[in-house]
Design a protein around this ligand. Sequence first.
Ligand code: GLN
Length: 241
Amino acid sequence: MHLTIAWLYGSKMNIYGDRGNVLALTQRARWRGIGVDVVEIGIGQPIPPNVGVFFFGGGQDQEQIAVSNDLRGAKGAAIKAAVEDGAALLAVCGGYQLLGHEYRPHDAAPLPGIGLFDLVSEAGPERFIGNVVVETERWGTLVGFENHSGLTVLGPGVAPLGRVRVGRGNNGHDGTEGAVYRRAVGCYLHGALLPKNPALADWLLAGGLERHHGPLELPPLDDRYEVAAHASAVGRAERTR
Ligand code: GLN
């Protein structure tokens, strides 16, 4: 089997360790003998036809303005079509915000999103910074780190990733964090997220492979270190809440 990972705007949208998500997906595939290509998709570059998993990291408002312009039209439509066709996707913070309908920064005109996720985000008066623990039905607890002023409100066309146990999440008042639509996940969890959350990493990996290879079961990996890192991060988040 072979997997193509499309790293959206890797040089512009890559803060708080987000590139670790690409490394985790790549390594968890290679440990299983799966061939992986990572294709960085910069401004002006097209979306390749055979993407299994998209990764879209975080970035400050200035980077988001440049990237939002590039996503308009065919490029954003190609990402949406790929997800509708079964591709997996992880978007974090600034990337997450641009995959909704709109992101309204502090000091700039509203930025149109591609409308993959039924949500809207707006920069708020407070910056949410700290460890986050999220309770989910599908993957157990997820742990990460948030640093955003954006407040995200979900519409009826998307499900929350989970409920916030520690931290502020989507907006600090409705108790939700992140969004899930088909095999696409958006969230505010930097860290990087996937190295410490192997169940979510494998869910994305399996989805990306199934788009082109059909239903499959990934053989288990020895996740003792990932599980220990997860438990340590959850314990630290609980102690500092
Ligand atoms: N500029 C956005 C915000 O502050 C996203 C920041 C980020 O990606 N960490 O909400």
